[in-house]
Structure formats: C-alpha cells, structure tokens
Design a protein around this ligand. Structure first.
Ligand SMILES: Cc1cc2nc3c(=O)[nH]c(=O)nc-3n(C[C@H](O)[C@H](O)[C@H](O)COP(=O)(O)OP(=O)(O)OC[C@H]3O[C@@H](n4cnc5c(N)ncnc54)[C@H](O)[C@@H]3O)c2cc1C
Length: 336
C-alpha cells in the first residue's frame, strides 16, 4: 500500500519543528516541506530567539497558552541537555529586565513558575545599567538561535526521509501533487493563503553586533533589549511597528536602537556592527492552531505566533500534530 502523503507548508521555525514532530508521531508517512524561503531568509532567522513570552502571545484559552509555553520549554530543555545543543542553536543564560516606571513590566506571570530562577533585582543589581532604574527582575532562561536551529532541524528531517520542495503556494487547491494531509505553517504568508484579516505584521528591526564579552541579556523600558548569541554575535533591539510591511532597514530605527542599547550598556558604544535586519512578526490573537476541510483537503493551520514563534513553536506544533492525526484518521475523505 502507498504511504500517506503529508505536506508541511513553510520552513520557518514552526514548519520545520512541525515536520520533525510529525515524523516521530506518524510513522510510515511521506512528509514533504514546501516553502518559498528557507533558513536565513525566513522571519525566524531575524529573531533573537529568547524564551520570554509577552502578554500578546495567546491561545484560545489561558490554559492552552500556558500548555504551549510549558511544552515548548520541555522540548527545548531536551535538546539543551543533549550533546547536540550547540549545533542545534540552544543556549542557556540569565537576563535582567529593568524599568524606570513600573515593577509589573519586569514580572512575567507566564514563566515565573517555569524557569529555574525568577526574582526581583537587588539594590546593587539595579545600578548595573546606570542610574535611574527603579525596578528590576533577574531570571534564567534559554535562547534558540535559528541560524543554527533551522539547518539542524532540516538535516534531521531529511536524514529521516523527509523531502524538501522550494516553491510558492498560491492556494490549497494548487499544490504540486496530491496530499492526504496539509499543515499550514506559513507565518505571515497565511494572511494571503487563508484571506485571514486577523493576521497583522508587527515590524521589527534589530542590529547584529559582535559583543564577545556579553554573557547576560538586558531589557529596559521602551523595548530596548540586548541579547547574547552564538559566535559572539549579540542582537540589539528593537521596534514593534503594528501593521507596517516595510522590509527596508530604517536608518532612524537603527540610530534609535543603538542609542537605547548604549544607554543600557555604555560599553556597547565601540562594538562592531555586523548587520541590520528587518522582519515582520506574524501577529494574531489567538494564534491559529486548528483543523479545517478546504474543498475536501484536510488542513491543519499553525500560524500567527507574533513575537514569540521561536520560543513557542514546539508547543503549538505538538497540538497541530495531534489535530492532524485525528483529522487523518477521521472518515472525512480528502478529494484534492
Ligand atoms: C525583530 C524580531 C525579533 C524577534 N524575537 C523573537 C524572540 O526573541 N523570541 C521568539 O520566540 N520570537 C521572536 N520573534 C518572532 C519570531 O521570529 C516569529 O514568531 C517566528 O519566526 C514565526 O515563525 P514561522 O515559522 O511562523 O514564520 P516564518 O519564519 O516567517 O516562516 C514562514 C515560512 O512559510 C513560507 N511561506 C509563506 N507563505 C508561503 C507560500 N504562499 N508558499 C510557500 N511558502 C510560504 C516562508 O517562505 C517561510 O518558509 C521575533 C521576530 C522579529 C521580527
């Protein structure tokens, strides 16, 4: 009997992670990733990949949101504890978050019970980033460097027999071949593929700079953040521009990001800037993880992760795969 054929549309962190989990969950199937862009050309590769959810990340209920975050943490911990962590782009570190105005912005109810340490910063720590910081928290977390994770997970997928096809999909009815089940992990691309007006870009711009001495992450008011990374490359950010589609580097944003970063850590003034990057966060409330029958084709959507898709890809992908398995076994027949 011919093996069932499954397509995963999208090769960002959500698509590749879904494809990896699918291979473990649905044995004896043929899984193909179809995407227009891969690895460094995806939004996922722009992200610092910090595990720190914001309140705009939401599933359809509080419980689902928390489950996605907790399951994602477990997934990343498993890789982190393995010998493959550096190749897979996993790194654990600590972070300070400071505010001049509000203690609450330094808290994070979504991970305080999850990460090993989450505590208020003491008087001396409040002076690490200069004068004026009234409130602060210190926490331990991890980051996923997609510049390493995407090639690693793609390799795992192909070694396990997965296929990769490059191409743009214009509609679910114009796929290059017949599939029994399709996962839609197209990020912002889903806006057009599904005519989804609830999916909105939040433009981000960051600076990648060589900062070999940076071992801790720092956040300050007004979205200033400095996050260490692999190969001594830190990410300095950022901006959140709602409904902006501008993919060009804005020199004014770049200047503002650099100025705010140097205010947080004056030692950054002389660092070597490697590049400026822009990405459009695929923002949707709630993140869409659900099945749908489109002209008889069984489709599972998994998109709209906003600014938290790197950290939360695994938790959402686990649910998407469960929905896919049920949909696949159901009697509803695929016609396409
Ligand atoms: C500046 C910035 C900083 C960020 N920082 C963090 C962070 O610290 N932590 C965090 O968790 N997240 C962060 N994010 C958010 C994160 O990058 C996104 O949530 C995540 O990348 C979304 O992943 P994705 O796989 O859904 O989308 P993408 O990475 O955009 O992948 C979408 C894939 O679908 C393909 N595709 C789309 N349409 C089609 C089509 N019609 N046909 C074929 N293929 C198609 C694309 O080619 C691509 O392969 C940040 C984002 C930005 C911009």
């Amino acid at each position: 009997m011919e093996s069932p054929k499954i397509a995963v549309l999208g090769a960002g962190v959500v698509g590749t992670t879904t494809a990896r989990l699918l291979q473990n969950e649905m044995r004896n199937t043929e899984v193909t990733i179809i995407a227009e862009s891969f690895k460094e050309d995806t939004t996922s590769a722009v992200a610092a990949g910090m595990f720190r959810p914001g309140t705009s990340f939401r599933g359809s209920t509080k419980e689902i949101t928390k489950k996605w975050i907790d399951n994602s943490w477990e997934y990343w911990q498993e890789i982190l504890k393995s010998s493959e962590a550096p190749q897979a782009g996993l790194m654990s570190f600590s972070s300070y978050i400071f505010s001049k105005e509000n203690y609450q912005v330094t808290r994070n109810h979504l991970i305080e019970d999850l990460v090993p340490i989450y505590r208020p910063a003491d008087k001396n720590e409040l002076k690490i980033c200069g004068e004026g910081w009234k409130y602060g928290s210190y926490f331990s977390t991890l980051k996923i460097g997609c510049e390493r994770y995407l090639p690693w997970v793609e390799k795992k997928f192909t070694v396990n027999g997965g296929k990769i096809v490059k191409g743009k999909i214009d509609s679910f009815t114009s796929l290059p071949q017949r599939f029994d089940l399709v996962f839609n992990c197209t990020g912002l691309g889903a806006k057009y593929l599904c005519n989804d007006f609830d999916l909105v870009p939040i433009r981000g711009q960051v600076i990648k700079a060589r900062v070999p001495w940076l071992k801790t992450a720092f956040y300050g008011d007004y979205d200033a953040y400095i996050i260490p990374g692999f190969d001594d490359i830190a990410t300095l950010g950022g901006v959140r521009q709602y409904d902006s589609y501008n993919m060009n580097v804005c020199k004014h944003d770049a200047a503002a990001i650099f100025e705010r970063s140097c205010e947080l850590l004056p030692a950054l003034k002389n660092v070597e800037i490697i590049e400026h990057k822009v990405g459009l966060r695929p923002h949707r409330v709630p993140v869409r993880v659900e099945g749908e029958l489109i002209n008889g084709l069984k489709v599972v959507h998994c998109y709209g992760h906003g600014g938290y898709g790197v950290m939360c890809a695994p938790g959402t992908a686990m649910d998407a795969v469960k929905i896919g398995v049920d949909l696949f076994k159901s009697n509803i027949r695929s016609k396409v």
